[in-house]
Design a protein around this ligand. Structure first.
Ligand code: UDX
Length: 432
């Protein structure tokens, strides 16, 4: 089929490339001409393992193309995906839909034959109705259908999550588009993906409810970890012990420094804001948001205890600053709270991240980027493991054990406390 992806961020680019790899003809459109020119040269704007090869392969075999001409690209396509950003509005919890509605207006000027318009961006319940209203101001309803097809792509695993999804969710209010979409996804269904076909509003809510539940799982285990720290229990045992119950499931039960990223923080706030609009109080998700926001404060309190309130003039190695491993994304990463605090307390921070130095820390006093793990750890009084990059799992702390005072604060529990203590270093984990 001929597809047009509006927006070439994580969702639009990954989905567009994967659809082209499944045999569709895809045009990825962005108003940022520079981004489009770079994509044509194989320069990828996001860090996503495996994406570059797929772009080059499908661009070369002409199934994938890039354009900044939205009208022309829509005219050439049968299905138009809206994959633009829906960030949290300033000073509010609700999603900013400006880009979604402007895409809908553009689409309404370019409908030359029957089109299916699919919202892949994460949008509040009833947004599909709004898009339908905007387009029907200019176009007779028999020439288009608006559906919802939320994505469940994790950064760093996005291609795998597209090709091998647990489920594909499609929300549509008419049978014609339901049939066409089932056909579009048939290659994934034949590989075992479950296919959920429901109405548009249900599909919109499934996305938010899914992310809010995952965020709840994480905040749940993070709070259990707080209790474990007071009762000399290892939270990893609890995660295993409860996760083996198939009704709970072992994934997203890893205690850590708080969930971050471009989705959980935004989507938990947005679903609460939507519910408030309908006079419904989502009290559990509200407490998840509060618990997660409090977490870095709790960690800093514990850090002060670990350092016996002597942080000033201490040298701290900060390993990994992105919101999770296998991404260069800093959005809502807990390091954005932890590092400025430590710098303000007079510590010298040497941070290392496999994806390089970060503009977010450029102007902070006594915060510098180390180009290797070794450089970051050498001479430090404390090593904080903030992100669970595989590169860190093979660190041999024996090499640094001359400094008997070296403390390891493992915020991802990637090391064995016994092994670290055996080499004579102090070890603190999360929930341990
Ligand atoms: C998430 C959803 O997983 C994905 O389905 C949705 O489409 C987009 O949002 P993403 O934000 O890329 O994906 O990251 P994810 O892997 O979900 O992790 C989110 C945050 O939770 C990260 O900060 C991560 O470190 C944290 N996390 C995750 C934990 O603290 N513990 C866990 O067990 C899992």
């Amino acid at each position: 089929m001929k597809l047009c992806m509006i927006g070439t961020g994580y969702v639009g680019l990954v989905s567009g490339v994967c659809f082209s790899d499944l045999g569709n003809e895809v045009i990825c459109v962005d108003k940022d001409k520079n981004k489009i020119d770079n994509l044509k040269k194989g320069i990828i704007p996001i860090y996503e393992p495996g994406l570059e090869e797929l772009v080059l392969k499908n661009y070369k075999n002409k199934r994938l193309n890039f354009s900044s001409n939205l009208k022309d690209s829509i005219k050439k396509s049968d299905i138009v995906f809206i994959c633009v950003g829906t960030p949290t509005k300033k000073n509010s919890n609700s999603a900013d839909l400006t880009q979604v509605f402007s895409a809908a207006k553009e689409i309404s000027k370019s409908i030359n034959k029957f089109k299916i318009i699919i919202n892949k961006s994460t949008v509040p319940v009833t947004t599909g109705d709004e898009i339908e209203k905007i387009i029907s101001r200019k176009v007779n309803k028999k020439f288009f259908s608006v559906a919802s097809n939320p994505e469940f792509l994790r950064e760093g695993e996005a291609i795998r999550d597209f090709i091998y999804p647990d489920r594909v969710v499609v929300g549509s209010n008419d049978n014609k588009s339901k049939k066409i979409l089932k056909n579009l996804y048939s290659p994934l269904i034949s590989k075992g993906a479950k296919y959920v076909s429901t109405n548009r509003r249900a599909a919109e809510l499934i996305k938010y409810a899914s992310n809010a539940f995952l965020a709840t799982k994480i905040s749940f285990i993070n709070e259990i970890a707080n209790l474990c720290e007071k009762t000399n229990i290892d939270v990893e045992d609890i995660s295993i012990g409860i996760g083996l119950d198939k009704r709970i499931g072992s994934r997203f039960l890893r205690a850590g420094p708080a969930y971050g990223g471009s989705c959980f923080p935004k989507d938990t706030k947005a679903i609460v804001s939507t519910a408030d609009k309908f006079k419904i109080n989502l009290s559990i998700i509200k407490s998840v948001i509060k618990s997660n926001n409090l977490r870095s404060h709790l960690l800093l309190k514990r850090l002060n205890l670990i350092m016996k309130n002597k942080i000033k003039n201490k040298t701290i190695s900060f390993l990994g600053v992105t919101f999770k491993a296998n991404t260069d994304d800093m959005r809502d990463s807990s390091s954005l709270k932890l590092i400025p605090y430590l710098s303000k307390k007079g510590a010298k921070i040497k941070y290392y991240d496999p994806t390089g130095s970060k503009k977010e820390f450029k102007n902070l006093k006594n915060v510098e980027f180390s180009s290797t793990i070794q450089e970051s750890i050498t001479g430090s009084d404390l090593v904080i493991i903030h992100t669970e990059w595989n590169d860190f799992k093979s660190i041999n702390f024996k090499k640094f054990s001359k400094n008997k005072k070296l403390i390891i604060y493992d915020m991802r529990n990637i090391f064995s406390p016994t092994k670290i203590k055996k080499i004579g270093l102090k070890y603190f984990g999360i929930g341990r």
